[in-house]
Structure formats: C-alpha cells, structure tokens
Design a binder for this molecule. Structure first.
Ligand code: IMP
Length: 503
C-alpha cells in the first residue's frame, strides 16, 4: 500500500508567530541576519555565508548581472539563470565579478575628434555625464582625457566644437593605478576635491571610475557581500545535462557558488552531477542541490555531497507543477520536515547543511516564518522580478506599470532541462505560466523595508539571530475565520497609501 503522510500539507499563510519575551537589548538594530550559505563542520565557520537570508531565483526573468550586483550590495546572492548558452551565462558571471564594489566601468566613451553635439547625444543615451575620452573612442582605447558637464556650456559654445578642445586632458587628471584599493581611491578623491577618479592600467587604458557619490553609497551598505578581492559574490544555476562543459566555464568566470536547478532533486541525475563536481574539483567548488520536500530527499542529497539543499515543489507563484503532475508539498510542511532532517543529520555527523526554502513567499512575514520553520535562507522569484534591477521588461498594462514574469517551465523560457527525468523524450507539457507582476521600484528600498519587518518580528519573538529564531520561535496554526480577523475588517479603509495592502 502507498505510504501516507499523517500531516496535511500546509502553506505559510496557515501560521502565525506567537511573541516571546522582548528585553531592552532586543531591538531591530541589534538583530543579526547573517546565515550560512554552504555546509560546515561543527565548531567551524562556513566557507560562504549571507548577510541577509535572501537569494534570488535561478530564472530568466529574475537573476541577471544588475540584479546580482544590487543584491550582493544588500548582503544576499543571485543565482544567474542557466537557461541560456554557457558562453552568455559565463559572460554574465564575469561581468558581476568585474564590478568591484565602488568601481564603475565606463559605458560612455568618446573620441577626441567628436563634437559637443556628440557629447550631448551620448549623455542622453547613457544618462551619464562623465565620459572617458579615448584615442579610438572605444572602451579599450588609451585614455586621453575626460569630459564632465563642468567642461562645457551648451548656451555659450558652438555645437561643432571638438571634444579635444574642451575636455580635461590626461596630463591634468589625477588618476589611480589598477591595483588601487577603494579606500586609497577615496583618499585621492578627498585630498584633491574630485568628483571622480579614473583608474587606469599600465597601458593607460581606463579600467574604472570611482565616484565620490558611490563611495558614500558603499559606506551606506555595510552588509555588502564581497569576496577577498572586494568583488561581489555571485552564484549560477547549472543543469544535469551539460555540467561537464558549463561548470568549468562558470568556474573560470569566477563564480562563487553553483546550484543544480531542478524542480525535483531526488534523482540519480543530481547525484551524478554532484559526484562529477567532487571528482573534478574536490570541495573547492561549492554547489547546492534540490529541490526536495521530505527527509528522504534531504538525506539523499546530503549523502551525495550537496553544500546546501533547496526545499519546495509546486509552491512558486508561476508554478503549475501540482496541477500538471500532482506532485509537491505545502511549503511550510516541506520546510519543517527538511529542517528536522537537517538537524538530525547534524547531530549524527557534525555536518550542518543549510537549507533554502524556495518559492511561495508572498508576504514579507512569510520569510520570518520560513526561518522560524528552520530554513537558513529563502529563494524568491516573484519578489525580485518586481524590481528595476531584474532583467525582465517593464510594460504598461491598463495604465499600470508591470514587470513581465515567466516560469522556467513555461513555453517562454523553455528550460526543459530543469524538469529532466532522463531518457531522450522532450517535455510535452508546461509546468509554468507567463505573467505580470506590479512594478515596485528599486531593490534597495524594498529589501530594506522587508528586512525591517523581519527584524521587528524577530524582536517581538525575543530573538536576535536566525539560529535563535529557529530554536525558540513559537508558531500557531490559524483557522480560516481568524485569517479574516487578521486583516482590516468591518471598517471602510480610508488611507490606502499607508501599506494598507501589505507585501
Ligand atoms: P516565487 O518566488 O513564488 O515566484 O517562486 C520562485 C520559484 O519557483 C523558483 O525559485 C523555482 O524554484 C520555481 N519555478 C520557477 N519557474 C517555475 C516553473 O515554470 N514551474 C514551476 N516552478 C518554477
């Protein structure tokens, strides 16, 4: 006879947290959201950690280069989507790794023979007023000067004036050498009262600008997640088909962590992929696996060598796996069972394997609940797809700004490898939809607000750290009628603007 799970399959919306005692030390500014990203032995530190418990989903509509830099700036990690060619995925990773925190590559390059009219047009195109004047007008040319809006006055100058006549020439510039650190660059900016410092290599080619305003923003992001060379940490998705070519290319591009991207991780294909990575790289290359929803799946991937394990089948906002195939499990129940399996494994082996609750986060408080249920961090798709930094299109639908958001198993993404169950047969049905989500602005402002809510709730629960919350949170099931009681009810709401529809 088939095995039946005794517990019903539950979602986060079916639970609430019950407050614990809050002492005077337990304030949001004292909350520490640091959490392990990869496995570690008892008493040791993980090789990689997150400063906030959030990673962005391995999806075309979510995780590109801009998202990766913006999220690392806040302390999280993006996994660049794998449903693209190996070359373009590796190029995205390389681009993130080339974006040193506080150092900005120039997308505005102009020749000394160009005119003021060209300068105005380039400024309109890029939105940037600082331009590198290079011998050939290209990014790889020798730097001969820079142009900023202080160098010209449109009302008083002829539009045909050549750039070389009004630029600040190289010999008048203060420049940094390629190996300069951000704080050394900042010292030069302050000492010489500059707005920007060009950084050049030994052939006088521009490598980056350091802007005064960016240094200030770097100071504002104390959670930035950087490697030992001060480059942003970035992840990438892989599949169980072309890993022998894809993984070396990503490693060469400088990726920090990989994740096998699959809707169902309890399979020989994942074990084979993990084995090949271990045989080829030992423990040097960090790789997560998943997704699983029970103890057996967790054990399997733990023993196969996964560095972290992703939990969740069928809970994603764009996901129709449960309807199409009848497999899956409520996200809260799955997270809880896998977290218990993780703790048992830790007791037995002394190895802690972080788990990631993936998909189905709708309200900010679901993040706190996922952590209370034992997740070490959460993966979000819909949440990040709403932001400016996501690589998806911004469109107007019935007068409202929307971002396009489509599943990896939709006909649009055609990421059939994610649903690979071996054999030669191609997928003949979809497991995801193509949709819109309301545009929500920049990642920085939204993540700040979300984490402020998480920290406040943790204080209500009397917890200052994620391990503390995992151990001490009190959770209660809610009845359907008490859910109605939880929102504004029996009143006519007047002020819609003040978060009346909370995230
Ligand atoms: P969301 O945060 O609820 O939007 O869920 C995002 C998660 O849904 C991803 O991290 C994937 O695990 C999963 N996912 C992405 N695309 C699909 C799909 O087409 N079908 C099913 N699940 C998907």
């Amino acid at each position: 006879m088939a095995k039946f799970c005794k517990e019903p399959s539950r979602t986060f919306s079916e639970y609430l947290l019950i407050p614990g005692y809050t002492d005077e030390n337990c304030t949001p500014d004292n909350v520490n959201l640091r959490t392990p990203l990869v496995k570690f032995k008892k008493g040791e530190e993980p090789a990689l950690h997150l400063n906030i418990p959030m990673v962005s989903a391995i999806m075309q509509a979510v995780s590109g280069e801009e998202m990766a830099c913006a999220l690392a700036r806040e302390g999280g990690v993006s996994f660049i989507y794998g449903s693209q060619s190996i070359e373009s995925q590796a190029a995205m990773v390389a681009k993130v790794k080339a974006t040193k925190s506080g150092f900005t590559g120039s997308d505005s390059n102009i020749s000394p023979e160009a005119t003021l009219k060209d300068v105005i047009e380039l400024k309109k195109k890029t939105g940037h007023s600082t331009m590198a004047v290079t011998e050939n007008g290209e990014a790889d040319g020798k730097l001969v000067g820079i142009v900023t809006s202080r160098d010209y006055r449109v009302s008083r100058m002829d539009l045909d004036t050549k750039v070389k006549e009004f630029m600040t020439p190289f010999d008048k510039l203060i420049v940094g050498k390629e190996d300069i650190t951000l704080s050394e660059a900042n010292d030069l900016i302050w000492d010489h009262k500059l707005n920007q410092l060009p950084v050049v290599d030994d052939k006088q080619r521009l490598k980056a600008f350091v802007f005064r305003k960016d240094y200030a923003s770097h100071k504002e992001n104390p959670n930035e997640l950087l490697d030992d060379q001060k480059r942003y940490i970035v992840g990438a998705g892989i599949n169980t088909r072309d890993y022998q070519e894809r993984v070396p290319a990503l490693v060469k591009a400088g990726v920090d962590v990989l994740c096998i991207d699959s809707s169902e991780g309890y399979s020989c294909w994942q074990a084979k992929t993990l084995q090949w990575i271990r045989d080829t790289y030992g423990d040097r290359v960090k790789v997560g696996a998943g997704n699983v929803v029970d103890e057996e799946g967790f054990r399997f991937l733990a023993e196969a060598g996964a560095d972290f394990i992703k939990v969740g089948i069928g809970g994603g906002s764009i996901c129709i796996t449960r309807e199409q195939k009848g497999i899956g499990r409520g996200q809260a129940t799955a997270t809880l069972e896998v977290a218990q399996a993780r703790d048992k494994y830790f007791e037995e082996t002394g190895v802690y394997i972080p788990i990631c609750s993936d998909g189905g986060i709708v309200h900010d408080y679901h993040i706190t609940l996922a952590l209370a249920f034992g997740a070490d961090f959460v993966m979000l798709g819909r949440y990040f797809a709403r932001f400016k930094e996501a690589p998806n299109n911004l469109v107007s639908v019935n007068g409202n700004y929307m971002k396009e958001y489509w599943g990896e198993g939709s006909a649009r993404a055609r990421n059939w490898q994610r649903y690979d169950v071996g054999g030669e047969g191609k997928m003949s049905f979809v497991e995801g939809v193509d949709s819109y989500v309301p545009y929500a602005g920049t990642l920085h402002e939204n993540v700040g607000l979300t984490l402020s809510k998480v920290s406040h709730t943790m204080c209500n629960c009397g917890c200052l750290t994620i391990p503390d919350l995992q151990k001490n949170a009190k959770v209660t099931l809610v009845s359907s009628t008490s859910i109605v009681e939880g929102g504004a009810h029996d009143v006519v709401v007047r002020d819609e603007s003040f978060d009346a529809k909370p995230q």
